[in-house]
Design a protein around this ligand. Structure first.
Ligand code: NAD
Length: 109
C-alpha cells in the first residue's frame, strides 16, 4: 500500500517528535482523526506522566490524554523506523540576532 493510500485509509502510523505545546495537541488531533500515533520525547519525565494519563501543560486537560486510545508515549527512538509519517515539533529558540537555533532540529534528525 502506498503512503497516500495509507494516510487516506487512516492506516498510516504517525510519529510526533517533541511533546510540548505544539506536539502534544497535534498528537490528540491525529488520534481523534483515527490514526495510530506514537509520541516521542527525550524527556523521560514527560513520557512517564503521559503513561500515567497526566498532563504537564497547564491548559491541556488530562482527560484528553485518557481519551486518546490510539496514542502511545515513548522514549524509545528505535520505534521511529516503524512510522510512516514523522513530524518534528522540537524547539527552535531565537538567538540574539533573532535567527532560529536549529540545534534541536539537527539533533532530532
Ligand atoms: N508554542 C507555540 O505557541 C508555537 C507557535 C508556533 C510555532 N511553534 C514552533 O513549534 C516548535 C515546537 O515548539 P513548542 O512550543 O512545542 O516547544 P516546547 O519546548 O513546548 O516542546 C518541545 C519538546 O521537544 C522535546 N525535545 C527537545 N529536543 C528533542 C529531541 N532531540 N528529540 C525529541 N524531543 C525533543 C522537549 O523535551 C519538549 O517536550 C518550535 O519550532 C516553535 O518555534 C510554537
Amino acid at each position: 500500500m502506498g503512503l497516500i493510500e495509507k494516510i487516506e485509509s487512516r492506516k498510516a502510523k504517525i510519529g510526533v517528535i517533541g511533546l510540548g505545546y505544539v506536539g502534544l495537541p497535534l498528537v490528540f488531533e491525529f488520534s481523534k482523526a483515527g490514526f495510530d500515533v506514537t509520541g516521542f520525547d527525550i524527556d523521560p519525565a514527560k513520557i512517564e506522566l503521559l503513561k500515567q494519563g497526566k498532563s504537564y501543560i497547564k491548559h491541556i486537560d488530562a482527560r484528553r490524554i485518557g481519551e486518546c486510545k490510539s496514542f502511545r508515549p515513548s522514549s524509545d527512538f528505535s520505534g521511529i523506523s516503524g512510522m510512516d509519517c514523522i513530524i518534528a515539533c522540537v524547539p527552535t529558540p531565537l538567538n540574539k540576532n533573532r535567527e532560529p537555533d536549529m540545534t534541536y532540529v539537527f539533533s532530532t534528525t
